[in-house]
Design a protein around this ligand. Structure first.
Ligand code: ZN
Length: 68
């Protein structure tokens, strides 16, 4: 399980009085937090969206068995 920040700065008021109330928000990649300063919920990305790079997986044709 990835480590989540317990009290990230609020994106609205930049306050630190925040708390995690839902590790799985609207999406699996975000966590829902609650700001006690401005009483607003906000979501935080668990991980930064990585750009697709490197070789892409390709389909491998399966051989029928039973020969030989
Ligand atoms: Zn706030």
């Amino acid at each position: 399980m990835s480590r989540l920040p317990e009290s990230p700065p609020c994106p609205f008021c930049e306050g630190r009085e925040t708390e995690l109330f839902n590790a799985f928000g609207a999406h699996a990649s975000v966590s829902s937090y609650w700001c006690r300063d401005c009483r607003s919920p906000f979501e935080l990305l668990k991980w930064a969206p990585a750009e697709r790079s490197g070789p892409r997986p390709h389909r491998v044709e399966s051989r029928p068995e039973g020969t030989g």
